[in-house]
Design a protein around this ligand. Structure first.
Ligand code: G3I
Length: 467
């Protein structure tokens, strides 16, 4: 009996000590806390919040301006907090911050990091945007490229704010519309060069590269050609004559031309333009052939010929169709580069989509022109969802997306770099807020300068993309 009692007692002892060990072991692992969206966001702070973790009397809070927490806001590097929230103070207005927490036990055992919460303080940080001139920073790179701007002739008078900014910041220009066929060609063989000449002369006399945009585009067909009554063969000869005369007129003055603009549809078919209808499926090749022949005849051996299109990065059908055209031109040795318009939004296309699209042209040894860059913050073609305010969230998201695309471009091999062109200077003069297709009545801010020529965070993002 005595032995039995001893046995029971020793079993109980073993049982309790093993329970104690389990408790100890359990303390070795703390659940990971879940951080919640910030509350009470103000110009100089916010309340960070997170969920309770069992056996964690304290939490360690990190706050940073970097999503990777490469640095910390002073006093917020593992700040010890014995509550499930903390009022973070002393921050700058209009600035993006990130926070995360870890749980900590009495035994100083620390959990994994929580998820990261992003929060943007209200107001403004009163910090001026980086005033470094774009082309100055680009020209210091090991492999520089042209920084382009779309221009209109009436901006180019000496001393205008556009003129000053262009000379300081940009090393290439594209005419936003005044070098298109409907502007230059008034009748068969009759040309109005005045406005286009002004743009080209501005570039030439100021050491600014001139990119020609665009010889053939379905949206800039002059009325006389749209209504052309002659045969299809005669129509093709008119197009050939136009291309030849324009390339010849600007020999040695325009370094590159978009020969054909936007020849494919979103569904991957050839766009059913007047050129396709009247000249047949080989019309793109024909136009390049005529442009090259004109350049050769004019002894303009440096002229670069581009195919230019939009929205190919996030539409694989359209992308494949564009590359079918490009492959044909490569096979005929008629093309030097591809223009990726990049009328993008702060959401799309993704970095990976842009890279894989552009890299297909890089692999063919072609020059890359990001040819019409702008960044909508109000996409969606749904006026009801539009925001009427350019909020700090949108401003900073746009800055990041500009930075991303500049980084992508800058990382290209030197031989493939040509130009990165922004499609307009000031938000209020961009085509985007006024496009009936995009349907953003008046509400978008897609460019690098505000309506008063003030530098936007997008401009700082562009500069940061060069780091
Ligand atoms: O035609 C008259 C012209 O003779 C007159 O001097 C002028 C006075 O404002 O009005 C004229 O029309 C111009 C029109 O193009 C003619 O083509 C408009 O003002 C002008 O704003 C206009 O829009 C341009 C559009 O292309 C059509 O050419 C936009 O400024 C330009 O941003 C836009 O750019 C296109 C690219 O070329 C190709 N990719 C898409 C991009 C956006 O649509």
């Amino acid at each position: 009996m005595k032995n039995k009692i001893l046995l029971v007692l020793s079993s109980l002892l073993i049982f309790f000590s093993s329970c104690a060990n389990e408790d100890q072991n359990a303390q070795l692992v703390l659940s990971t806390p879940v951080a919640n969206p910030a509350k009470e966001i103000s110009d100089n702070g916010f309340r960070a919040k997170w969920n309770y973790v069992s056996k964690a009397p304290t939490y360690l809070l990190d706050v940073s301006t970097s999503p990777a927490f490469t640095d910390f806001v002073p006093n917020y590097n593992a700040k010890v907090i014995s509550d499930l929230n903390d009022l973070v103070t002393g921050l700058m207005g209009g600035t993006q911050y990130y926070y995360r927490v870890r749980a900590q036990s009495d035994d100083l055992i620390i959990s994994e990091y929580s998820n990261v919460i992003s929060v943007i303080t209200t107001g403004t940080n009163n910090i001026a945007e980086d005033p470094t001139f774009l082309k100055v920073k680009v020209n210091k790179l090991a492999n520089p490229f042209f920084v382009g701007m779309a221009v209109k002739a009436n901006q180019l008078d000496s001393g205008s704010p556009y003129d000053v900014i262009l000379k300081n910041e940009f090393s290439s220009i594209s005419a936003e519309y005044e070098m298109k066929m409907d502007q230059i060609s008034t009748a068969s063989g009759v040309y109005n060069w005045t406005v286009a000449d002004k743009i080209v002369a501005y570039g030439n006399s100021n050491g600014i590269n001139v990119h020609g945009h665009a010889l053939v585009w379905h949206n800039s067909v002059p009325t006389w050609l749209a209504n052309y009554a002659g045969t299809d063969a005669a129509f093709a000869l008119e197009v050939k004559k136009y291309i030849t005369d324009v390339v010849t007129h600007y020999k040695g003055k325009v370094r590159s031309w978009d020969v054909v603009n936007e020849a494919v549809e979103a569904d991957g078919t050839m766009r059913n333009t007047i050129f396709l209808k009247r000249m047949g499926a080989n019309y793109v090749n024909d136009c390049f052939k005529w442009a090259r022949a004109a350049a050769v005849a004019a002894a303009d051996s440096q002229l670069l010929l581009f195919y230019n299109d939009y929205a190919t990065s996030d539409n694989i059908d359209k992308q494949n169709a564009a590359y079918t055209i490009i492959d044909g031109l490569v096979a005929s040795k008629l093309i030097d580069g591809v223009g990726f318009q990049m009328h993008n939004t702060i959401f799309t296309p993704s970095k990976a989509q842009i890279e894989s699209d552009i890299n297909r042209a890089v692999a063919k040894g072609l020059k890359i022109h990001i040819s019409e860059l702008d960044m909508q913050v109000n996409p969606g073609n749904a006026p009801a969802n539009l925001t009427a305010t350019f909020t700090n969230e949108l401003r900073l998201a746009q800055k990041e997306k500009y930075k991303e695309i500049v980084k992508i471009y800058n990382a290209l091999p030197a031989a493939n770099k040509y130009a990165l062109t922004v499609w307009g200077m000031k938000d209020n003069e961009s085509w985007i807020p006024f496009s009936t297709d995009l349907n953003h009545p008046g509400n978008d801010w897609p460019l690098l300068y505000d309506a008063s020529f003030g530098l936007k965070s997008a401009h700082t993002g562009f500069l940061q993309g060069l780091d």
